[in-house]
Design a protein around this ligand. Structure first.
Ligand code: GDP
Length: 443
């Protein structure tokens, strides 16, 4: 998961608050100091961090007076809200809609990951059933045409471009006009990147923009650029009024906190995050879900949305009905894990399940853990799976399940704890009707 280190530190700071009985000013200050240190280390701007600290302190003081309620909860909520504020400029990005042409123009500097991002974007919407296509209006870089075409072929995505035409505005206009006529729904236009910002690049982008009238202009930004990110995003925003941003390369050693907060500070909403070279290394950015996951609280809202997309509505309604009654057995969890496995790279999905991110693990370790959990559940009886027997009170059964699945009883205990957490979240969401809606807030 991106920014794992930052997430771990923030969670540790919050957890310290759990272990004390009274949250004095001293405890609060210490926690804020830890949070600030973690954010600064992740490259978040010092002024932004200062504001966050102040805002949390003010809220903690104010809300305590008003509510007199659980100070711990209030502070936790304030921390989450203020972290969300850092990465959310409060602007809703353009939403791709079915049944109409959505023209999306991609801009960015060379090497930022624009071509890769375009393929990921097409792949993402194709999976959702949209008719996608690509137009290559990058006549500047030799090889751009072939690179984009290669990806388009892999994705079986119709493609428009030319080896001979040198005018990118003409290509963009012709390609978009043709695909509009053919009723494509997501028309992706690649434009030239340059090594650095320069007037000629901005001029060309503006001309293309006028010619194709895009619904969204997406700026692709490389997170490894550090503090330069803010300046880049600002000048692109000023020159061409970008609609949204995709931040790439959040895998590896990028101190992504800097990039994410800097972009949001320009007022341009982040649309997707790219975290690898594969088409699947791509996820929509929803500020609150992102923070929730960062803090190891899981991100059931994204998970549920993805599961919904995968399993279809009928079965989904049945499932939601059950959850809303507060029923969530080990068998239900098994079924959810099966759905989860259909969703793509497991390591990405794991971070969304409450209880699992905290276990840590690099690469697909989370995925392997999920498989081991499923072996354990395969070794359970119907009574155990359907909750007629409580395994938490039956150590000999736990031992039997461990033996049967070739695992350790402690792992079975871990599975039971994961189930408890999952159950808590699912029933909470079910009862509040959140699972049916779109923008549920888990934290
Ligand atoms: P463009 O010049 O902006 O079109 O950039 P490309 O799409 O050709 O990408 C430049 C390099 O960055 C390529 O080697 C890509 O494989 C790589 N790349 C793109 N996105 C990501 C990402 O999210 N993570 C990593 N690690 N590499 C990426």
């Amino acid at each position: 998961m991106v920014l794992q280190e930052l997430g771990g530190k923030l969670t540790a700071a919050l957890q310290k608050m759990q272990s004390v009985t009274v949250i004095s000013e001293e405890v609060l200050d210490k926690m804020l100091k830890d949070i600030a240190a973690a954010l600064l280390e992740a490259d978040v701007n010092v002024r932004v961090v200062g504001q966050l600290r102040k805002a949390i302190k003010t809220r903690a003081a104010l809300e305590e007076e008003v509510a007199g309620a659980n100070r711990r909860k209030l502070i936790q909520r304030a921390v989450v809200d203020e972290l969300v504020n850092i990465v959310d400029p409060g602007v809703t990005p353009h939403e791709v809609k079915k049944g109409k042409p959505n023209v999306i123009m991609f801009v960015g500097l060379q090497g930022a990951g624009k071509t890769t991002t375009i393929a990921k974007f097409a792949n993402y919407y194709q999976r959702k059933g949209f008719k996608c296509c690509m137009v290559c209006a990058d006549t500047f870089r030799a090889g751009a045409y072939d690179q984009l075409k290669q990806n388009a072929t892999k994705l079986r995505c119709p493609f428009y471009g030319s080896y001979t035409e040198a005018d990118p505005v003409a290509i963009a206009a012709e390609g978009v006009a043709q695909f509009r006529k053919e009723k494509y729904e997501v028309i992706i236009v690649d434009t030239s990147g340059r090594h650095r910002q320069e007037a000629a690049l901005f001029e060309e982008m503006q001309e293309i923009r006028v010619a194709i009238e895009p619904d969204n202009v997406v700026f692709v930004l490389d997170a490894t650029q550090g503090q330069a990110v803010h300046e880049q995003a600002t000048s692109f925003h000023e020159a061409i009024d970008i609609g949204s941003v995709v931040v790439t390369k959040l895998d590896g050693h990028a101190k992504g906190g800097g990039a994410l907060s800097a972009v949001a500070a320009t007022g341009a909403p982040i649309l997707f995050l790219g975290s690898g070279e594969h088409f699947d290394d791509f996820e929509p950015f929803v500020a609150r879900s992102f923070v929730s996951r960062l803090l190891g609280m899981g991100d059931m809202s994204t998970l549920v949305k993805q599961i919904k997309d995968t399993i279809g509505d009928d079965k989904n309604d049945e499932m939601m009905e059950k959850f809303s009654k507060g029923e969530f057995t080990l068998r239900d969890m098994y079924e959810q894990f099966e759905n989860v496995m259909k969703l793509g790279p497991l390591s990405k999905v794991m971070a969304m399940i409450p209880g699992i991110p905290q276990m840590g693990g690099e690469g697909d370790e989370g995925g392997n853990r999920l498989k081991r959990f499923m072996y354990m559940m395969d070794s359970m009886t119907d009574d155990e799976l359907d909750g007629r027997v409580d395994l938490n009170r039956a150590p000999s059964r736990v031992d039997r399940v461990a033996r049967g699945s070739g695992t350790h009883p402690m792992e079975v205990q871990m599975l039971l704890r994961c189930h408890k957490q999952f159950e808590g979240v699912v029933t909470k969401m079910g009862k509040s009707g959140l699972m049916k809606g779109g923008d549920e807030q888990m934290v």
